[in-house]
Design a protein around this ligand. Sequence first.
Ligand SMILES: Nc1ncnc2c1ncn2[C@@H]1O[C@H](COP(=O)(O)OP(=O)(O)O)[C@@H](O)[C@H]1O
Ligand SMILES: [Mg+2]
Length: 321
Amino acid sequence: MIEIKELTKVYRDAPALDRVSLKIEEGELFSFLGPNGAGKTTLMLILSTLLRPTSGTAFVDGHDVLREPERVKREVGVLFQETSLDGRLTGRENLEVQAVLYDVPKEERRERIDEMLDFVGLLDWADEPVERYSGGMQRRLEIARALIHRPRILLLDEPTLGLDPKAREAVWTHIKRLEEMTTVLTTNYIEEAEALSQRVAIMDTGRIVALGPPEELKASLGRDVAHVTCSDPEGLRDLLSGLGYVGDVQVDGRRLSFTIEAGRRKELLEALSDYELESMEVRGPTLSDVFRSHTGRSIHVPFSQQRTGRRRLGRKRRRMG
Ligand SMILES: Nc1ncnc2c1ncn2[C@@H]1O[C@H](COP(=O)(O)OP(=O)(O)O)[C@@H](O)[C@H]1O
Ligand SMILES: [Mg+2]
C-alpha cells in the first residue's frame, strides 16, 4: 500500500532522512518510533506530498508522490504534528471546512460529519468552539477531520504528543477502531508503539535501525533486563562479573542494573541464592532496550522537549487578534 524507495532528504548538509526503504501492507497498523530529530516528520510530510525529497521516491497505493501528488492527496488523511484547528470555529465547522476543501458532495456533508464526530466520541461537543476542547479532544477532532474524505490511508504524526496518559489512551482507542484502514503513525513513546503497532520501524538520525513486530524485535535481543538492590553492591558486582551470561553491570548506589542472556533466569537466581538481596526484578526487554542496543543511546527525551511542536490554540488566536 505504501512503498518507500531510497528516500533521502538533506537540509543544508545534514540528512534528515538517509536512504530509507520500506513497504507497508494494506490494512497494517504501522509505527515509526524514534527520538526527536529522527526524521519522522520529514517522512510524513513527503508521504503526504507536502515536501519534496532530495532523492528517492515513495508510492502510495501505486501512485508516485512526486508525479501524482493530487492523486496521493485523495488517498491519504493526515494529522500533523502541530495542531491546525481553528479554535474559534466549532468542531462541526472545522470539519465542514475540510469537507469543502476535499469536495465531499454537499448533500453528504452533514451525515458524514456526524458520523465522524460520533466515531471519535465528540457528537455532544459538535457545536462548541474548539478552543473549549481539551488537548485530547482536539486531537480526536483532528482524526475525524483527517477521515472526512474517506481516505484509504491515515498518517498520524505524533498523535498524542504532550497529552496526559488518560487522554492518550482515549486517542489510542479510536486509532485501534480503524481496523481495515492502513494507518501509519509516528511516536517517541515506547508504550504507544507497543500498544498500537503490528510492526514498528525504530528510527534514529534519518535511518531505520530495526524493523518488525514489537515482540520479534524484543525477542531478537536475546537478553532480559535485571535490577537488584542490596547492601553490598560492590561485592555483588564482582560476583556478577564472573558470570558469563551477565552483561555490563551498572551500579547506582545500592541498585545494580544489568542484562542477562535470555533463558538464564534460573541460573541467576541460583548464583545469587547465598546473597542477601533487598529486591530483585528480572523482566523481558522493552522497545527502549531495543533502541539502546542498536544506537548505544537512550530513546527517552526530557519531558520539556516532548512538548515542542504543539502549538496552543490560545496563542494562535491572540496572534490573529
Ligand atoms: N525545515 C528544516 N530546515 C532545516 N532542518 C530541518 C528542517 N526540518 C527538519 N530539520 C532537521 O531534520 C532532522 C529531522 O527532523 P524531523 O523530521 O522533524 O524529526 P522528528 O519528527 O523525528 O523529530 C532534524 O535534525 C531537524 O533539525
Ligand atoms: Mg516530528
